[in-house]
Design a protein around this ligand. Structure first.
Ligand code: CUK
Ligand code: CUA
Length: 769
């Protein structure tokens, strides 16, 4: 090494050293101050650094958490734990217009039970659609335990598209779980009940009450569940609990745990010990093993009969065809989880301290060799526990659910009674680590933890109680989702997030880059049916039609539009007794330019996203004045985005003379406005010059903005012409008002143009001319 190099290195390192000293000195003092002021430890700061996401930063994972009793789906990001959306599913949700527009009312109506609207849900288990056992980011399914329903949410726009009601069950807990290519969505009943809707006395419980497991057929092209092609396993009146679909070597099979296989019916008012005593009396319950592949073949071969519009495989037939087996599982189990490689099945006894790992190879061997220890009262063969067990591991008191790591053989189990997470090795059957949590964890979730390729990295404990974790808000506490770093050998708690919407049971996390949601719909789109709306309208084509039938019943159809910052039409005139249908198409293309539509006294609130057509139908049964307006602060003149629905009494005749003038304008007012408009046009020309001199066509967001701006500028031209025509006639009122409207269009053009310019600047657009 020559002197020159040595000197250069020492100069360099001196420089670096100097810099780092001064940087540390500066930040350490203020960081120390903050730590001292807020009482934070080094560990806290590390946790903060692992979760903090600066403005504009994105999360690595997206979580879909059940919204519990709210009947909704909660979307949040990991590691930031920022809530992004509550998706309306089983319950009306006004922000999204869900349950307030005709299109979404049709979805909710699919979920009626015996003619009744059910406007809540007890959502438990979301599931993301899979391809080859891995999340594909296309759909999310979620069940309603209280009313046996499943909803389909399309992830291209995060909207609920379909609700199906199980025609046979009276509750459904063990759903939703998907088969490896989303051929079927599993849904098991919970509380046994007759399949018919008739009264059946409890005295006939063993004979007439039934459990069950439905495999809902999913049409992957249409993105809808198909009841006609779905089938249900009739099962004994044991309380089927959770399910999981087999994968890898166990693909084609499903696993469903149960409790209360005692078939006990409580009734303290009849002097009987309660359900809780009779349902936990035996040492074991049953893991149900079902062969859905073979069952599907049987259905296809026309060998299965339908009941209430669904194929039902009676127990006798299932046994005869070798589709259904039982395996004892320890005391009141909860949760069944198939390992990523599909070779093992983990069940936890919630009144026990063990998880039980079953070997699929051993289960198969027993079935093949007809090695059974007996039959249950319904003739279903029982495979002995010892013939199938791989390991049983003492993980802690009250184990519930299990999730998997990217590291082979590593699993995490939630421990309800002991309030902790146990990390363990399911191959060797040994404990690796334990972490206390606050308090009473239910489900837990690792990243893509129920796929064939879990990502590990983070774990969320979905805790049932939050007790003293947050500022008190009365007797009803939020839930607490605790984020845990599982990348190292020891689990480390990073963050507590309150969830104030309901009790989320299960959640699923998907790699964020697998999701590609749209920012706008094709113009005139019925988003719920995913098709062009027959009620779509375009700028200048808005119309109102009234028609009456032979009995004198009349209806009014309004084909309207919304664009910054007016609703067309602004005056709607109908007659008392008319049925009114309002249809609005949002003409915007710019990202996030949503308009709302709220109408006095009619329970109408629409969310009209760019391109969407949304409708509201109601009976205008009382004459009166009904103001309406846009409910999204969409522009500087959002408050002026308003109008009147006039419900006129029958036989009403309009007053002569037209509308009263509010303010009178002069020629000077007009000239001043025109001056402003000319100055504004110069700003627009500059922005347009910038955009067109760059490769803006390469930026879809900007193309949308430019299209919107071009529209607005076209409207400006029309207003300018009207203003000049009025000026020629010295009608200064109209000249001034149209000149102002011309300016309004210019302002919106400029606003869009500036957004486009900023986007180009921030995303490194290139100059092309
Ligand atoms: S369940 Cu609630 S903690 Cu419905 Cu999956 Cu276990
Ligand atoms: Cu549109 Cu406010």
């Amino acid at each position: 090494m020559n002197t020159f190099t040595i000197r250069a290195i020492s100069v360099c390192s001196g420089l670096i050293l100097g810099l780092s000293i001064s940087a540390t000195a500066w930040s350490a003092s203020s960081l120390e101050q903050v730590m001292k002021q807020r009482g934070l430890t080094q560990k806290d700061i590390l946790a903060a650094a692992k979760t903090y996401t600066p403005s504009g930063g994105r999360d690595e994972y997206m979580v879909f958490a059940s919204g519990g009793q709210s009947g909704q789906l909660i979307v949040y990001g990991i590691p930031s734990m920022r809530i992004l959306k509550y998706i309306g599913v089983f319950t009306p949700e006004p922000w999204q217009g869900y349950g307030y527009d005709d299109e979404s009312k049709a979805v909710l109506a699919e979920g009626r039970i015996m003619g009744k609207d059910i406007t809540y849900g007890d959502t438990h288990h979301p599931a993301i659609s899979e391809t080859n056992g891995d999340y594909d980011g296309r759909f999310v399914f979620i069940n309603d335990k209280a009313n046996p329903r499943i909803a389909v949410i399309d992830l291209h726009d995060f909207e609920t598209k379909q609700i199906v009601v199980n025609p046979l069950f009276k509750s459904a807990h063990g759903g939703t779980f998907v088969t490896p290519n989303t051929e079927y969505v599993m849904e098991a009943a919970q509380y046994a009940a007759p399949y018919s809707n008739d009264f059946v006395p409890l005295e006939e419980f063993n004979d007439k009450y039934r459990g069950g497991l439905t495999y809902w057929k999913f049409d992957n092209d249409k993105g809808r569940l198909v009841q006609e092609d779905s089938f249900t396993f009739e099962l004994p009146p044991y309380s089927q609990d959770l399910s999981d679909a087999g994968k890898g070597p166990s693909a084609g099979w499903g696993f469903t745990n149960s409790f209360c296989s005692e078939r006990y019916v409580g009734g303290n008012e009849r002097g009987r010990p309660p359900f809780e005593a009779g349902c936990s009396a035996k040492d074991t319950d049953f893991l149900h093993v079902t062969n859905w592949k073979k069952a599907a073949d049987l259905v296809k071969a026309g060998k299965v009969k339908k009941q209430k519009g669904m194929y039902v495989i009676p127990m006798e037939q299932a046994v005869k065809e070798g589709l259904l087996y039982l395996i004892p599982e320890p005391k009141s189990p909860h949760g069944v989880d198939v390992t990523p490689d599909g070779t093992k099945i983990v069940v936890s006894g919630k009144l026990d301290s063990h998880t039980w790992v079953y070997s699929w190879e051993k289960i198969q061997a027993a079935i093949k060799n007809n090695r059974f220890e007996g039959k249950d009262p319904y003739g279903i063969p029982i495979i002995a526990l010892n013939d199938t067990l791989h390991k049983s591991v003492n993980v802690g008191l009250g184990p519930l659910h299990t999730q998997f790591d990217s590291k082979p053989c590593v699993a995490y189990t939630s421990i309800y009674v002991d309030s902790m997470i146990t990390k363990w090795d399911y191959c060797e059957g040994k404990i690796l680590d334990q972490l206390p949590i606050h308090y009473n964890v239910g489900h837990l979730m690792t990243m893509e933890g129920d796929t064939v390729k879990p990502d590990g990295k983070y774990l969320v404990a979905l805790n049932k109680l939050s007790i003293d974790r947050f500022n008190p808000v009365g007797p009803l506490h939020p839930q607490n989702h605790q984020l845990i770093d599982i990348s190292g050998d020891k689990m480390e708690l990073l963050y507590d997030m309150p969830l104030p919407l309901g009790e989320p049971h299960y959640a699923v996390a998907i790699k964020a880059d697998k999701l590609k949601p749209v920012v706008r719909y094709k113009s005139g789109w019925n988003s719920r049916a995913d098709e062009k709306s027959p009620y779509k309208s375009r700028a200048g084509r808005e119309k109102t039609e009234r028609s009456c039938d032979a009995n004198g019943k009349c209806s009014v159809e309004v084909y309207g539009t919304t664009i910054r910052s007016h609703i067309t039409p602004e005056i709607i005139e109908v007659t008392e007794g008319d049925t009114v249908s309002l249809h609005f198409t949002n003409l915007e293309r710019a990202e996030d330019e949503v308009h709302g539509f709220a109408l006095y006294g009619q329970n109408v609130q629409l969310s009209i996203e760019p391109g969407k057509t949304a409708s509201a139908t109601f009976l205008a049964d009382k004459a009166g004045v009904y103001p309406y307006y846009c409910t999204e602060f969409c522009s500087a003149l959002h408050l002026e985005m308003q109008g009147y629905l006039l419900v006129q009494p029958k036989g009403y005749k309009a007053k002569a003379g037209g509308l009263q003038a509010g303010t009178n304008y002069t020629e000077a007012d007009y000239n001043k406005q025109v001056e402003t408009n000319i100055a504004t046009q110069q700003v627009i020309d500059q922005v347009v010059g910038f955009i067109t001199s760059h490769n803006y066509q390469d930026f879809p967001t900007v193309v949308g903005l430019v299209e919107d701006a071009t529209d607005q500028l076209g409207f400006a031209k029309g207003a300018k012409e009207k203003s000049e025509a009025a000026a020629a006639k010295q009608d200064w009122n109209n000249a001034m008002l149209w000149a102002n409207q011309w300016w309004q269009y210019q302002v919106k053009t400029a606003d869009l143009g500036l957004r486009a310019k900023t986007h180009l600047e921030e995303n490194g657009a290139k100059k092309v001319k």
